[in-house]
Design a protein. Structure first.
Length: 448
């Protein structure tokens, strides 16, 4: 029998719910972050500033040199080659400086000087906080990282950007695709995926690579900790609490009321799987791309229910054997997904290159609820919860990027995880009842 939840458990659950709502309410409703280039004065920033001063310009080619200093600041030298008709106007020093100040203001940089040579305008300005000092004498350049809620980097801006480390230091960690030679890193493109990369500059030290790793790990520690708490721990606690409440409710009902036989419970799971398989025939709408994974999940549910409807299988069950049956059902779901990807079935096919295991993985915690029901009736409920919650956390960890900073809509990921937890408990009710009614290792179980 399952013990009634203690007062302590109820208090912990209440605190978790309160924490969740606190996160939702505390996140400001900020606007979408503005897209900017790494070197904005090399691109849109300069063009927009020039047009604001009545100059219609186009940049033919731009280069930028970023010299990082030991105090974390960086001095930039940007050279923009303009179209011939616009270059002449920038011989006016007052106009040139006004445009340059507006162009660099987007990053709150300080203009140092401007000059013009033929059709090329040259800007010198300083960024005060391009790098941060880290243990081991390392400089960690955070400039290429996005600032959630404020701006995201979309491209390089310049045709070529060169970063120069301070004297006595070398580039250890560079931008993807960069050409690195000692103090210099040169790059012609920028990968805007993710949060943006770190660049590390290390002193001439054999332990430089280790210090570089530590320098990157330090700012990520708080990000990972926050994500583990909000994106993994909170939804997992909701899932565990829901299953524990389900176990208590079924135990409280008792065998006098819950009189459905194991055969019928197994057939109920089969029926649920069949309804999932044929849902394209009756569903009036579906989320784009959801049909193929649901078909695979339905196939696994049919396999699980069919296997446990066989008396010979039920009569020889144990905790380990039921775990094997649940895993085999998931294997069936993955195999069905692989077939849907292999054959040209139109809207029912999984696209080429998709990770079938990842698409089908949300079914594993639901299948594992069968194991929770079985352990609630015949073994340790904690053991069943540990397995089911572990599979659920695995799904969350492969769905969300734990090292991601998140953006202005970060809280939606938390809400999505909690909604998934609640949905898993609701959908898992038939699976729990099936496991709860199975005979135990000694042949005993819930019957009529």
């Amino acid at each position: 029998m399952v013990r009634r939840p203690s007062r302590r458990s109820i208090v912990v659950a209440a605190l978790l719910v309160a924490a969740l709502f606190g996160v939702v309410l505390a996140v400001p409703a900020t606007a979408s972050p503005r897209p900017v280039a790494v070197c904005e004065p090399c691109d849109r920033g300069f063009v927009s500033a020039a047009r604001a001063h009545g100059q219609n310009v186009s940049i033919q080619r731009s280069t930028a040199t970023m010299r990082v200093h030991r105090d974390g600041s960086a001095t930039w030298v940007v050279e923009n080659r303009l179209n011939d008709s616009a270059a002449t106007a920038f011989e006016n020093a007052s106009l040139r400086r006004s445009v340059a100040e507006d162009a660099v203001a987007i990053h709150d940089d300080r203009l140092l000087s401007t000059s013009v040579s033929g059709d090329t305008v040259r800007l010198r300005y300083r960024t005060p906080d391009a790098a941060t000092a880290a243990p081991g004498g390392v400089l960690r350049v955070d400039y290429f990282r996005d600032d959630p809620g404020l701006y995201v980097h979309t491209d390089l801006g310049a045709d070529r950007l060169t970063l120069v480390a301070p004297a006595g230091m070398t580039v250890e960690r560079s931008l993807p695709g960069a050409d690195v030679s000692g103090r210099r890193m040169t790059v012609a493109s920028f990968d805007s995926r993710g949060d943006g990369p770190f660049v590390t500059l290390v002193p001439d030290d054999p332990l430089g690579p280790l210090w570089s790793l530590i320098a990157v790990a330090l700012p990520l520690a708080s990000v990972v900790g926050r994500n583990v708490l909000l994106l993994l721990a909170v939804p997992a606690a909701v899932f565990a609490g829901g299953l524990r409440g389900l176990a208590w409710a079924v135990s409280a009902v008792g065998p006098r009321t819950a009189t459905t036989t194991p055969d019928r419970r197994a057939l109920a799971v089969v029926a649920l799987g069949v309804l999932t398989l044929v849902h394209p025939l009756y569903a009036g709408f579906a989320v784009a791309g959801s049909t193929p994974p649901l078909l695979a999940v339905g196939a696994g549910a049919v396999a699980l229910g069919a296997a446990l409807s066989v008396p010979t299988v039920r009569d020889h069950l144990s905790v380990r054997r039921l775990a094997v049956v649940v895993c085999l059902a998931f294997v069936v779901a993955v195999a069905a997904g692989a077939l849907l990807r292999a054959f040209p079935l139109g809207d029912l096919a999984i696209r080429d290159g998709a990770n079938v295991v990842r698409l089908v993985s949300p079914a594993l915690p639901v299948y594992a609820v069968t194991f929770v029901g079985y352990t609630a009736a015949h073994a340790s409920l904690r053991r069943g919860l540990a397995v089911a919650v572990g599979t659920f956390v695995l799904v969350l960890a492969t769905t969300f990027s734990i090292a991601s900073q998140g953006g202005s809509l970060y809280f939606l990921g938390v809400v999505l995880g909690v909604v998934g937890a609640v949905a898993g408990v609701v959908v898992g009710v038939p699976f729990f009842l099936l496991g709860y009614g199975l005979p135990g290792p000694d042949g005993g179980g819930e019957t009529d």
